[in-house]
Write a protein that binds this ligand. Structure first.
Ligand SMILES: [Fe+2]
Ligand SMILES: [Fe+2]
Length: 385
């Protein structure tokens, strides 16, 4: 098993890392600085790290963006929120970013989770809060609806009774809610690695969480405009399960969550927009298009930090990425949006080695829709079991 930068929050990890074929063990930081020999090829490592330096070009601008309060979707696009925040009582005001993250993770109500997520990021920036240290809950709190089922048990659009646009929007809202938790879990769970990773790592993922909370808000608002609400369709727990498998090691977390899960959004986003436009719902299509545009940042951040971790560990990024995917039984599946992935800074030979063969084409419109959704929400069934 490849050793990475591992968190010391072991007791919880031991409880939950039963999904994978390999149980992860926490090590001391010093012992982690001895990578396996196959990751040590210095000449190729230097070459590959140089090649990976073409990070997403918008990264520095994104990091300096002012706090984004456009949490509603107005007549033509994002606009400041007009609806009051949901009522809540803070048990105590968090005094660090990690404590805020733990609070968001332990909040079940999705609207409140989204709201607290923005409060957390705003407080972090405006009040210059420290990163701090906190414990991540065993799993994020979730509402009673939607029920969480196996991927194969998620109702099809026909079974759900929702029109295509609302069905897709509900799937996207579920992904965005998961994404809020995945980002905060990365902030909180690895907060004890701050001295190694640096404050920028946590600031970046807190900003990702803020983006995701805004995305959930737009999806949730639009669903209500269409006469539905988040929770109307049984959904899967796959994204969290994948995340939980990487809970003790930051390199697999970065490889699996931003570089595989989020990169899938880059692949599927343009097709989703096309389908929803074709369905005749241009307002929803604009929301999905805006979200897809903003997802590039999250993959770009993942690439940046994955390469940083590889440099610290003396690893070649591509070899490390491929090795991690192999160990976790994950293989990115096309069709790929190569241009979008390239923009986000993922070299093609990381996810699409020359021997890869393209997946079979969809057989019909319905199967294409299902295929498209599946490409966002899940890896192959085989990867789950
Ligand atoms: Fe998002
Ligand atoms: Fe994202």
């Amino acid at each position: 098993m490849m050793s990475g930068l591992r968190t010391k929050q072991k007791s919880r990890v031991d409880d939950i890392v039963e999904f994978g074929k390999t149980k992860l063990h926490t090590c001391t930081m010093l012992s982690l600085c001895n990578p396996p020999p196959y990751l040590r090829s210095r000449s190729t490592r230097a070459t590959l790290i140089r090649r990976c330096r073409s990070y997403w070009t918008g990264l520095n601008v994104w990091r300096k963006n002012p706090i984004n309060d456009n949490r509603s979707w107005g007549q033509t696009g994002p606009s400041p929120s007009l609806s009051p925040s949901p009522p809540f009582d803070l048990p105590s005001t968090p005094s660090s970013l990690a404590e805020w993250g733990a609070l968001v993770l332990s909040t079940p109500d999705p609207v409140l989770k989204s709201h607290l997520s923005h409060m957390a990021f705003t407080s972090f920036i405006s009040d210059s809060l420290p990163i701090g240290i906190a414990s991540a809950p065993l799993r994020p709190a979730r509402p009673s609806k939607p029920p969480l089922v196996e991927v194969r048990e998620v109702p099809t659009q026909k079974e759900s009774g929702l029109p295509l646009n609302a069905y897709m929007l509900h799937s996207l809202a579920h992904i965005e809610l998961n994404a809020i938790d995945l980002a905060w879990d990365t902030v909180v769970r690895f907060s004890d690695l701050r001295s190694v990773l640096g404050d920028g790592f946590f600031a970046d993922f807190a900003r990702v969480a803020d983006d995701e909370s805004r995305h959930f808000g737009w999806c949730s608002q639009r669903l209500e405009e269409l006469g539905f609400q988040y929770g109307d369709v049984a959904s899967h727990d796959f994204l969290w399960k994948e995340c939980a498998r990487t809970s003790s090691d930051v390199a697999p977390r970065l490889a699996i969550v931003p570089l595989v899960q989020e990169a899938r959004g880059i692949d599927a986003g343009p097709r989703l927009v096309k389908k929803i436009s074709g369905f005749g719902d241009n307002r929803t299509a604009k929301i999905v298009s805006k979200i897809a545009d903003e997802e590039v940042a999250h993959v770009g951040v993942g690439v940046y930090w994955f390469v940083q971790v590889c440099e610290k560990m003396n690893w070649t990024p591509r070899t490390a990425f491929r090795t991690i995917l192999q160990e976790f039984g994950v293989e990115p599946k096309g069709p790929f949006n190569h241009a979008g992935r390239s923009l986000a800074g993922i070299p093609r030979d990381w996810y699409d080695p020359p021997h890869s063969s393209p997946p079979p084409p969809p057989q019909s419109f319905l199967s294409e829709v299902e295929y498209m959704l599946a490409s966002i929400i899940s890896l192959e069934k085989a990867n789950i079991e």
